[in-house]
Design a protein around this ligand. Structure first.
Ligand code: SAH
Length: 398
């Protein structure tokens, strides 16, 4: 154990003390009066008169300088503390551990489970730890030991997402246990996915879209001609095909998306040659489709919050409305659009306003049939609504 944790003090400006007292877990840089202790320090946040507010750690992550972990002055941040949090998190996921048809889920969701800056995903007995700051990484061994005391595992891998821009740090990501042969095959609502834990920043599947994939398969795909934009490994296309889509077209500009999408179709015994998989800029594909009168019954859009391609810079907050406008041109009358974003910088109300503006400007009617946010394993806390980032609207285009 890193026993010698020195408790440092940070003073919180008056206008933020109430927010922290009420349980807001992110220690924003602007809240702190004076110098910020070094990454990995355990800190006691106090009001300007020196009264205890909360205990946390210093770790730079976007606009944050750290996370608060405890509002109880007699609680110490040690291995026992992390053990307790992981035990609670595992108990909360009991239905997931018991579900034999879904073997990939989030075990620990940062501040939603009481420790901001750390997530742990479970892939059929293998675990992926993602550290979002150098600060939380300072507790790595303590947290791994705590985890090991609570849960059995086949292997542990990790992603470090704390270079200067919060990007993934390239490394051998193996941590403990026995190295499996990749891919690991996981199940999600009975479908299969190939997962890689030691192959760069991403694993092959975004677990937070599980319920959306399920809905696409069970309610939206049958008999439909489907366009999946920003398709990555084609997870939405796979579920659409499993749900009886006539055909799917997956579009992503990354070269790797082609073999990855072929692999995921093949995992599910779907003939990939009967599907279209295009390595292309989505915006170029839109131009092509409009010129050639190509339309779809179901159009799925799940762009990154921010992306730069050769011709375009896409920022969800600025450009999502125009993305929808372009997608409207390709959507059949009475067709459905799946509009998804993981941008934390705007909420559902704002997202709906982008949709509303896009349809108004296009002079088309629409109805939002259904919406999705994060699934239950991506546990969030009401104290930090920003953590509830996923917004998905199923839109019927008139
Ligand atoms: N919808 C996917 C996840 C998308 S991740 C899923 O559910 O699994 C975002 C993807 O957008 C990445 O694979 C990236 O290569 C792709 N991308 C970013 N900008 C793009 C563009 N202009 N055209 C096509 N693909 C793009």
């Amino acid at each position: 154990m890193q026993g010698a944790i020195r408790l440092k003090k940070v003073s919180i400006k008056k206008k933020f003390t109430e927010k922290i007292r009420q349980g807001y877990p992110l220690l924003l840089t602007e809240m702190i009066e004076g110098d910020i202790p070094e990454e990995g320090s355990v800190v006691q946040a106090e009001d300007m008169r020196g009264s205890f507010l909360a205990t946390g750690y210093i770790g730079k992550q976007n606009k944050g300088s750290g996370w608060l972990l405890s509002w109880n002055q007699s609680e110490t941040i040690d291995q026992e503390f992390f053990k307790l949090k992981i035990t609670e998190a595992a108990a909360y996921r009991k239905p997931f551990f018991e579900d034999t048809e879904t073997t990939a889920f989030r075990l620990f969701n940062g501040e939603g489970d009481g420790v901001g800056g750390l997530t742990i995903d479970h892939y059929a007995g293998h675990y992926l730890f993602t550290w979002y700051s150098k600060g939380i990484y300072a507790f790595r061994d303590m947290i791994l030991d705590a985890f090991e005391a609570v849960l059995p595992y086949d292997s542990i891998y990790e992603k470090k997402r704390f270079d200067s821009k919060g990007q993934y740090v390239e490394d051998d990501d193996f941590v403990r246990g026995e190295r499996p042969t990749f891919p690991i095959v996981v199940k999600e609502n009975s479908a299969h996915f190939a997962v890689y834990l030691n192959d760069g920043a991403m694993t092959g599947i975004f677990l937070d879209q599980r319920n959306v994939r399920q809905a696409i398969r069970n309610q939206y795909a049958e008999g439909k001609n489907v366009l999946n934009t920003f398709s990555y490994t084609g997870a939405f296309s796979v579920f659409a095909a499993l749900g009886g889509a006539v055909k799917t077209t997956s579009v992503d500009l990354a070269n790797r998306s082609l073999p990855k999408t072929i692999e995921q179709f093949s995992m599910n015994a779907i003939d990939y040659e009967a599907q279209d998989i295009l390595v292309r800029d989505v915006f170029r594909y839109f131009d092509y489709a409009v010129k050639n009168n190509v339309t779809y019954d179901l159009v799925i859009m799940d762009p990154p919050s921010f992306a730069r391609s050769k011709k375009h810079t896409f920022s969800a907050a600025k450009d999502y409305k125009n993305l929808i406008k372009q997608a409207i041109d390709l959507t059949e009358k009475n067709g459905v659009m799946v509009a998804s974003t993981n941008a934390a910088s705007f909420d559902m109300k704002k997202f709906r306003s982008f949709i509303d503006k896009a349809f108004k400007e296009k002079g088309r009617r629409y109805k939002i049939i259904e919406t999705f946010s994060l699934p239950d394993d991506f546990r969030t806390t009401p104290a930090f609504p920003e953590g509830d980032y996923l917004k998905v609207c199923m839109i019927k285009a008139g």
